[in-house]
Design a protein around this ligand. Sequence first.
Ligand SMILES: [Zn+2]
Length: 129
Amino acid sequence: MIHHGGCLCGAVRFACAGEPINVRICHCRNCQRATASPFFARALFSHDALTIDGETARHPSSDALDRMFCPRCGTRLFTWRNTRPVVGVALVCFDDPNAFVPTEHIWVSAKVGWVTLNDGLPQFPENPA
Ligand SMILES: [Zn+2]
């Protein structure tokens, strides 16, 4: 199964093969700032599973993680991990934004106070062990 997606302007398209390793909503401060949103919902795939078509730019938000985005429209598409061969793909950038459903919230210790979580999903203060 291949799931396709892309950025707002269409200059970057991508395809993910197979099922994700996990699907999580991250509330950490880096994700908040990098996405300019209260949280970042992403599906995690192996580097090998992701095919990118079009030019991307990247910014290292830490030694471990690069934020990849479309240099034309600015859409934050991917979180490329350098310490492990995995990449986070923004759920809402898939052509079907409901293709993957999150199964947990992580870094809720940094969650903003006006976001109320009532979806019943497990919540972890930081990364799950
Ligand atoms: Zn774009």
